[in-house]
Write a protein that binds this ligand. Structure first.
Ligand SMILES: Nc1ncnc2c1ncn2[C@@H]1O[C@H](COP(=O)(O)OP(=O)(O)O)[C@@H](O)[C@H]1O
Ligand SMILES: [Mg+2]
Length: 605
């Protein structure tokens, strides 16, 4: 594998639980308390039939009430004690569950922040979302509730069997005979139930997916006139879920009945073989009845807990795989040592950034692609120059700027910033000096002001206003009901793409970056706005290195240098005038676009 591939670790033994130990260590105390209290609680449960036995054998059989007050006191004391320890262990399980959930989610979220672009290229949002949300919650409940169930019920089973063996070994052994039968029966049902539930879950997520598509793609669905097909899929899936749910309910019913039968069988054994016990030992007889009946639930819960352990393996595996995925763009330990990481940047060690960029013999292919996008690419961009990059879709323009921003690293060769390999300094150091405006702008939910402050948290009212005016975004803001404090909706969806573009432009300017990257940033604004932005660009690129990928060639006329990119290579470079005189690629691109624009403006008239 190339060293640029994201490293995912696959080796996981069948029991992945040891992987969780680092996350559980913090809760050692809570877990110990939970287990100890659980054991104490079960001892009281085991004690109850014994107390019953004493009452029957002593008070009833001997017609005496001599120790009754003590008996009552002990009985009530035991019940109170059980209530307290049961509360404590349940509370411990609850606390462990929510804490482990939180820790795993935080770890996953923090880790995701460190991963590079290519991870998000290769894994869908849905996939990542369920790793962070559902895997963590299943693991959280495994290490709390399933663990507690296992402790409670295993100790109850062992304890009650021990008491029975101690009091009447022959009867105890007979009762124990049916245990394997119960275990087998339960496991069989368990397996079927798990399968049915898994199927239901799968269908459910498919339905959620359909639903999402139905909503987010509503316009497309309508314009393609595929409502009927979408509705058909939906009906098919919901029908299937109905069928599976009924099946699961039937299984659960049959399960309950079988359990009842099994416990009756245990009772029958006690009745049949316990009949010979002397009348004075009627308490022993009743005790056996209680234990025999009480054995069913624990067995069921233990089988449940074991199957939880097994089914949660896959969640543990997927989550730990995410947590162990190494970003293919990472800072070396030495760099982190000096420059800090995103959670603890050591800004005092950061050199000021000048803004010289150089590609030195760079070859690059995307981690999941097999063709080189750039090969032996060389380019020097001295500080302060205004570079325009033009070329057809897929030529490699965005790839070039992705490399400058170190969203990806060269497969071979170097990208130098201020004369030093970008890898010698931290990603954060570089990113703090780059302003990047994309063709598909992203705003965060919140107000316009909040979005602008992402660019510079300390910006003054004055600076914000100026940035907005510079890109004519003040008109957008003024049109809105609450002005700058208007909500932009999820992902900025309450604004048009062009409006989002203008806001993200202002945001980049507020950050006052040394390097400004505009990737077809004006593709979604109208010609008039584009002209305004163009004059804004001309002012703001002053004193910065800028890389402008232009959609409309009319906007690059003033660039210091225009690069014409084709198949990852620079096929022409020069100023607008020089390139036109050459009558090559640029000339053809330019005249074609000029004609297109002329035609459409004539048509518009
Ligand atoms: N994230 C990616 N993963 C794999 N291949 C990509 C990725 N982005 C772009 N490519 C490929 O790299 C080539 C150049 O793409 P790009 O730099 O986006 O072109 P441009 O910005 O000039 O339209 C294209 O062939 C495209 O298919
Ligand atoms: Mg592009």
């Amino acid at each position: 594998m190339e060293n640029t591939m994201q490293q995912e670790q696959h080796s996981l033994p069948f029991f992945g639980i040891p992987r969780l130990f680092p996350y559980l260590r913090k809760y050692r105390k809570t877990l110990t308390m939970m287990i100890v209290c659980g054991l104490l609680g079960t001892s009281v449960d085991i004690l109850m039939p014994l107390l019953q036995r004493y009452a029957l054998n002593h008070f009833i059989a001997n017609h005496t009430l001599d120790t009754l007050p003590w008996y009552i006191l002990f009985y009530v004391g035991a019940i109170l004690f059980a209530s307290v320890v049961n509360f404590l262990s349940t509370n411990g399980a609850m606390r462990t569950e929510v804490s482990v959930n939180r820790d795993l989610r935080t770890a996953a979220f923090d880790h995701l922040q460190t991963l590079s672009f290519s991870y998000f290229n290769q894994n869908s949002v849905g996939y990542i979302h369920s790793r962070v949300m559902s895997d963590t919650s299943r693991i959280g409940s495994l290490v709390s509730w399933s663990l507690m169930d296992a402790v409670w019920h295993t100790s109850y089973l062992i304890g009650s069997l021990a008491v029975m063996l101690f009091i009447n070994a022959r009867l105890a052994l007979l009762v124990m005979l049916i245990l394997p039968l119960i275990v087998i029966l339960f496991s069989l049902f368990q397996k079927k139930l798990i399968l049915a539930n898994r199927k239901i879950r799968e269908l459910n997520s498919r339905i959620t997916g359909d639903f999402n598509e139905g909503i987010t793609g509503a316009k497309t669905i309508k314009t393609l006139v595929v409502e009927e097909k979408m509705a058909g899929d939906f009906v098919r899936d919901t029908d299937e879920i109905r069928r599976m749910s009924i099946r699961a309910a039937r299984l659960r019913g049959a399960f309950a009945v079988t359990m009842h039968l099994a416990s009756s069988l245990a009772l029958a054994i006690v009745l049949w073989q316990g009949g010979y016990i002397a009348a004075s030992e009627v308490g022993t007889f009743s005790m056996f009845m209680s234990y025999a009946q009480g054995m069913m639930e624990p067995v069921r819960w233990i089988v449940d807990a074991i199957s939880d352990v097994i089914t949660t393996q896959v969640n543990i595996e997927r989550l730990t795989r995410l947590l162990n995925t190494q970003s293919d763009v990472t800072d070396t330990p030495e760099v982190v040592e000096k420059y800090g990481d995103s959670f603890c940047p050591k800004k005092e060690n950061w050199e000021g950034i000048q803004g010289d960029i150089e590609f030195r013999d760079v070859s690059f292919r995307y981690p999941d692609g097999d063709e080189y996008v750039l090969e032996h690419f060389n380019l020097k961009i001295p500080f302060g120059s205004n570079i325009a990059i033009v070329g057809e879709t897929g030529a490699g323009k965005s790839t070039l700027v992705n490399l400058v921003c170190r969203f990806f690293e060269p497969t071979s060769g170097q990208v130098l910033i201020d004369g030093r390999d970008a890898r010698e300094r931290s990603q954060l150091w570089l990113h703090s000096a780059i302003g990047y405006v994309l063709q598909t702008p992203h705003l965060f939910s919140g107000t316009i002001r909040e979005n602008l402050l992402y660019g510079n948290p300390n910006a003054t009212e004055e600076q914000i206003r100026r940035a907005l005016e510079l890109v004519s975004a003040d008109e957008v803001v003024d049109r809105m009901e609450k002005g700058i404090d208007s909500d932009v909706g999820e992902g900025g969806d309450l604004l048009s793409t062009g409006e989002k573009q203008l806001i993200s432009f202002a945001r980049a300017i507020l950050a006052d970056p040394r390097i400004l990257v505009l990737d077809e940033a004006t593709a979604s604004v109208d010609t008039l706005t584009e002209q305004k932005i163009q004059s804004a660009i001309d002012t703001i690129i002053e004193g910065r290195t800028s890389l402008v990928i232009a959609h409309r060639l009319s906007t690059v006329r003033n660039a210091d240098l225009i690069l014409v990119v084709r198949d990852g290579k620079i096929v022409e470079q020069g100023t607008h005038g020089e390139l036109l005189r050459k009558r090559g690629h640029y000339f053809r691109l330019y005249t074609r676009q000029y004609e297109d624009e002329a035609t459409s403006s004539i048509l518009a008239e």
